[in-house]
Design a protein around this ligand. Structure first.
Ligand code: UDP
Length: 334
């Protein structure tokens, strides 16, 4: 397949490029480099299966030749970034998604939208199944990302229903691993960099809020499964034939066009993450408390039954093992 990845120089876009090129596909990566980085893809430059275009996908996109699939991953994604770039975040979720869908329609390409657990907002249900509609503050500071992605999901479903575009939506939960930016403000990168530099670990609030962390290799494997799965079979049709299924008495009615959560369901408090990072880095750093950001979700944990039943996917990398690899990466780059 010839695949366009918007946000191709980002943390996830670059890992997806590696995986898809490794499977023999051709990747065209597009990125305006506001949060993506050329270092993430420099090892792919010169590979005949890879090309890079520096471009803002909010502008009209033209790509020569055929395209079989589009992975729409462009967006600031760390709270620090989208709070600093609220309008760019809203524009890429709205205008960028519209352009990407228009291109998918013109080329007859499948489009996979990178959505997020943030569509659930500060959830009143834990864990969060895909059927949960969420609890988002539309006018809060964080709303720029949450609503951009909610709009992007609505636009994607409209292109599927109205124009028949073959679409997929993945709701990505907290992910970590090599190629995170050391200073993008997310909890794992912050804590690891602080621990390695002997600085205090900054816990926002009391640290009792929870998150569930998926290692990047597990995540991109799940996304690739969702991208490559054949269309127009309902989950029920697939699962009827599946020995993987554990509870087949009530087959789901959804199709692969409905959103799928991908994440690791092991839930930890932020305090526990700090303790784990201190242990694995053997750091003597102190802990310092900072104010909790506005609308910071109190709990987050994916319900991954749909991904298990539908994609036969589940995460394999233990948090401790993934953190060791991430710590090794940060030791090299900071
Ligand atoms: N957090 C923290 N210290 C930091 C960075 C983040 O305590 O230095 C907290 C943050 O308030 C949130 C959790 O860690 O409760 C995860 O934050 P992150 O920015 O990684 O992603 P989010 O899940 O909020 O999108």
């Amino acid at each position: 397949m010839r695949i366009l990845i918007t946000g191709g120089a980002g943390f996830l876009g670059s890992h997806l490029s590696d995986l898809l090129i490794g499977k023999g596909h051709e990747v065209v990566a597009m990125d305006n480099l506001i949060t993506g980085r050329v270092e993430n893809i420099s090892h792919l430059m010169g590979n005949p299966k890879f090309s890079f275009i520096k471009y803002n996908i909010c502008d009209y996109i033209h790509i020569d030749g055929k395209l079989d699939a589009i992975l729409h991953f462009a967006s600031p994604a760390s709270p620090q970034d989208y709070l600093e770039m609220p309008i760019a975040t809203l524009k890429v979720g709205a205008l960028g998604t519209h352009k990407a869908l228009g291109l998918a329609k013109a080329k007859g390409a499948r489009l996979l939208l990178a959505s997020t657990s943030e569509v659930y907002g500060d959830p009143l249900l834990n864990p969060q199944p895909e059927s949960y509609w969420g609890n988002v503050n539309p006018i809060g500071a964080r709303g720029v990302y949450d609503e951009a992605k909610r709009f992007a999901e609505a636009m994607t479903m409209a292109y599927h229903r109205y124009h028949g575009v073959d679409t997929r939506i993945v709701r990505i939960f907290n992910t970590y691993g090599p190629r995170m930016r050391p200073h993008d403000g997310r909890v794992v990168s912050n804590f690891v960099v602080q621990a390695l530099q002997g600085k205090a670990l900054t816990i926002f609030g009391d640290g009792n809020q929870t998150r569930s962390f998926c290692y990047v290799d597990d995540l991109v494997r799940g996304i690739t499964e969702l991208l490559l799965i054949d269309s127009d079979k309902s989950v029920a049709e697939r699962t009827d034939r599946s020995s993987f299924l554990t509870k087949s008495d009530q087959p789901l009615k959804e199709t692969m066009h409905d959103p799928v959560n991908i994440g690791n369901p092991r839930e930890l408090t932020v305090k526990q993450i700090a303790e784990l990072v201190l242990k694995l880095t053997e750091s003597k750093s102190q802990i310092e408390h900072r104010p909790l950001p506005v609308d910071d979700p109190k709990v987050r944990r994916p319900d991954i039954r749909r991904a298990k039943e539908f994609l036969r996917w589940e995460p394999k990398v233990e948090l401790e093992d993934g953190l060791r690899k991430t710590i090794e990466y940060f030791r090299q780059v900071i």
